[in-house]
Design a protein around this ligand. Structure first.
Ligand SMILES: [Zn+2]
Ligand SMILES: [Zn+2]
Length: 446
């Protein structure tokens, strides 16, 4: 049996030998950004590099996206996931004609996906491991572009806005035992290699329509039922609820008014709002969502109107696997010869990602790796260190797979034993169904 260190060395050498190809691939993806569920070219490019490595590729895995699996079928399956989608950020200097740009750095995730495949497949180390690896290029992580996605839903092309949710629904995760993912972040210091664990919020999205009655604003406002006033009262109600949110639940309620009447001389008959209710646990998500619904209904009730609340479970909170992170961290320490001071132990955020959904079913690692300046989603986002952003995560993730699957996959099995799933896939899908849907309240009858 070849020892583990030799396998890791071979893996690292293969990635180094293909360094230029990996960097060129990252650059190509960066120059051709595609928003979620538009990633046809990026999927094609990912497919090409997998096929060059002799892998069989499955296409259209979650409308867009592709995957490739290699290794032994009779052991655990470790998935390495990279996100395909860009953002729209028209003030970024590198954006395309449509304003699209990889200002969340997802091109780096596709680069490590390619690099990992080189490290594990081309190096020939995979037959020495007791399990399989599944490389997954997944679409649509950013929860944006609602009109386009609701159009895809209406056409029956997708069911969920989030690519990982869609992938779960379609059975892509059925053969996966754990997931490794890394994301770029500004670590603020060259001495900090990465931030290790992630705990972030989940959220419920709400599309709200207040329905009143139009009337002449001068002649007969007394005949009208003012929908804008309902929205205004609802917002006040939500603000007064904020003191009831506990600090540890990290509740965030964001709201915008997207429609509030047509003509100033007419009492607005309709007002529309979009809301996001975020929280760090499922219970807190549901509890704060109920409170917000109460405030929305109170707005309608006070004015004697009606309200439609379209609830949609967005993403679930993410609690990354400490066991998987520990394996990754050890590889970084050994490879770079660094100490604990090179790591930020935990990133606690009220942001959200659809990896949270998967983390309720199988253990998920989510590392934040450096190599950029500026901020995610901002016009000053820039990769400043290709080694740190593209090459290091590829090597560390491939080495983590070696640790997990080496010697009867004992390490992977220990990670699985330590994990307590919140949901089975069926329970997860039932949860989404149960808490998504239309709630109608008629305050005109009181
Ligand atoms: Zn992002
Ligand atoms: Zn991102």
């Amino acid at each position: 049996m070849i020892d583990k260190q030799t396998l890791k060395l071979r893996c690292s050498e293969a990635i180094d030998q293909n360094r230029e190809a990996i960097l060129a691939f990252a650059d190509d993806i960066y120059r051709h950004p595609e928003m979620g569920y538009h990633e046809f070219r990026s999927t094609e490019k990912m497919k090409e590099v997998f096929q060059q490595l002799g892998l069989a590729v499955e296409d259209g895995i979650a409308y867009t996206g592709c995957s490739a699996k290699a290794g032994r079928e009779d052991g655990p399956v470790v998935a390495i996931m990279g996100e395909l989608d860009s953002l729209n950020c028209p003030d970024h200097p590198d954006c395309d004609a449509n304003g699209n740009v990889h200002s969340c750095g997802h091109h780096a995730q596709l680069a490590y996906l390619y690099g990992c495949a080189v490290g594990l497949v081309q190096s020939g180390v995979l037959p020495s491991l007791d399990g399989a690896v599944k490389f997954i290029a997944i679409p649509a992580e950013e929860y944006v572009d609602a009109d386009y996605r609701s159009g895809l839903v209406a056409q029956g092309k997708i069911k969920y806005y989030g690519g990982k949710q869609e992938y779960l629904l379609r059975g892509g995760m059925d053969d996966v035992d754990m997931v490794l993912q890394s994301h770029l972040i500004n670590t603020q210091s060259k001495d900090i290699v990465c931030c290790l664990d992630t705990d972030c919020d989940g959220f419920i999205g709400k599309s709200v329509r207040f329905i009143g009655r139009a009337a002449h604003a001068g002649f007969a406002p007394s005949e009208g039922i003012n929908a804008l006033n309902m929205a205004q009262l609802a917002l006040n109600g939500i603000h007064t609820l904020r003191e009831t949110f506990r600090d540890e639940d990290k509740v965030r309620v964001s709201a915008i008014i997207t429609k509030c009447g047509e003509m100033v001389n007419t009492v607005p008959a309709e007002a529309e709002m979009q809301l996001m209710v975020r929280a760090a646990s499922l219970d807190a998500m549901l509890d704060s969502s109920r409170k917000v619904d109460r405030a929305l209904k109170a707005g309608a009730l006070a004015i004697g109107g009606k309200v439609e609340i379209q609830n949609q479970i967005g993403y679930l909170p993410l609690h990354s696997s400490r066991e998987l992170t520990a394996v990754y961290k050890e590889n970084v320490k050994n490879y770079l010869g660094c100490t604990d001071s090179a790591f930020i132990p935990q990133y606690v955020s009220a942001g959200s990602t659809d990896l949270g959904d998967i983390s309720h079913i199988v253990p998920c690692m989510h590392i934040w790796t450096g190599g950029i300046s500026g901020a995610l989603h901002a016009s000053d986002f820039k990769v400043t260190d290709q080694e740190a952003a593209f090459i290091l995560p590829a090597k560390m993730m491939a080495m983590t797979v070696i640790d997990l699957l080496f010697d009867k996959a004992g390490c992977a099995k220990a990670v699985m034993d330590a994990f307590h799933p919140v949901f089975t896939k069926e329970e997860y899908l039932a949860f989404l169904r149960e808490h998504s849907g239309l709630d109608f309240f008629d305050g005109s009858t009181l």
